[in-house]
Design a protein around this ligand. Sequence first.
Ligand code: PRX
Length: 594
Amino acid sequence: MTRSAHDSEKGVALSNIGSYEERLENFDWGIAREVLSWSDDELLNIGAICSDRICARGHADKVALIWEGFGDRKSTYTFRDLKVRSNGFAQFLVDQGVAPGDRVCLFMDKIPSLYFSFLGVLKMGGIAQPLFCAFGDESLEVRLASAGTKAILTTQKHVKKVRKIMERLPELTHVIVVQGNPEKLKDGEVFFDVESAPPVEEFDVYRSGPETPSVLHYTSGTTGQPKGAQHVHGSIWGQVLTTSWVLDLRDDDVYWCTADPGWVTGTSYGIIGPWALGITQCVLDSGFTSSRWYQFIQDNRVTVWYSAPTAIRSLMRDGEEVARGYDLSSLRHLASVGEPLNAEAVVWSEKTYGLPFLDTFWQTETGSIMISNYPGMTIRPGSMGKPFPGITAAVLDLKTHEPIEEPGNVGLIAFRPGWPSMFREYRNQPDVYRGKFAGAPDGAAPDELRANPDLWYVSGDRSSIDADGYYWFVGRDDDVINTGGHLVGPFEIESALVEHEAIAEAAAIGKPDKVNMEVVKAFVTLNPGYEASGDLELNVMNFIRKKLSPLAMPQEIEYMDKLPKTRSGKILRRYLRAIEWGEEVGDLSTLEDD
Ligand code: PRX
């Protein structure tokens, strides 16, 4: 199958990447500087690059953000607005005593202030820590405690969760409410509505450099609580070049990234890459329905759309006829990330929109797209495509960690370290960081690991590579659950489950789901005096939804007399998972026994 997005019939002759093969041969990350027309005396600060710099280059009046919320709320902001509103946040934070290097959590819906404050935090040298606002108080608490967060920007709608945990977070000294009724604030909270405050024309932007910490994203693993992947301002080179070559954005595009900035897609490609390039973006802050989404594309003449397989499958479920009711002719390029994009979805989108969704693969830790299909490349539906030029990728033998040469054999997806947007550390967890590198010398520091071209950063996913170099995703190599493109850690869910008075022990796994790929299923044993019942199941589900998030809420709870364990008492999630997925359970003696 070949792409039609750049056919001359659409009036667009060339893609930004041109020939993938030629780019591979002549690659140099310095090309990203050319793409931005960068001169080396400029200030490398993502907040300023995405706003002040676009204004300084003569595009202050260009629309930066078209925002729509529930109902018919709609507003439009120019790059000048981005500049003065992000300045507003930056100045306010400085006035409050927030200093460079402090972690500032952004905990709100996808409202305009989320975007302004993200840039504002970076402009004053702070570390932006966006968190998905559907997180419950416990999910919020572990991430704020781990980050030693100093300030949180939130809204009246979400501040209650912060109040519940405040007293256990001594380092969290500033609670700033950016939307709502100022009269509803509690003692110690501050109100700041940037849109009704006077615009701040000038702000003395923090003199950051390529290694200055910028964004901190939390991501879940199999064991332990979530880990904070720390990014730096120099990540921008990876984000800009992939935005140009994969998302193919041009000056006159209207781009829609459906991801929430609480997750890495929503910052790398929902803020940084596109705005650094001065592209007009749209944000829709309302729930999903197919018709609402199509209406949004039609009304805003969206040209490039970056979304996720779960959304695409939901659109498929609602059928082609719904799509036919809208004028979607503005679309010229579609891409997808976060979960396996099944071949049927690619074929369906080609049939329905005249364009296939192009799959892209990457992670919170990688900061930018690593494996992808490219405009103009022949795509193989179901394949993730090929490594981005400048990325050295391989699949490693599961045991020896040597690259597999034989096409079609399954191994661990791995990358040679050192690309610009690679995460610099897991906050306060150097051992866990080291554990991500095959062959890492004992005690090696994060900087040494990143600079060592003989190591492999191991992604935690399995894939094969076909004879032509296309990657085919197989599954994760760990117990992390991917529900609708969002990772949830089983440990977090299990820890929360056993806090419920009725539950003695718990195991959480992903069970297959048609739309979300996986949903959470919990296996529990009960404390004496409790009986299995439908009511209890509902009660437990709600308990987890409130504490953690709707994503982590088990969709099913199975009561057991005892959970399968290793001799040393570790719960055998892989065994439960195999049964759930109808896979070979295998020889139990070969399962982990540590
Ligand atoms: O398991 C892979 C899956 O999502 C994981 C990364 O999740 P996160 O760090 O939250 O970042 C998501 C968005 C960048 C990966 O380790 N994943 C991501 N993209 C794909 C994918 N699985 C299959 N196909 C993809 N294209």
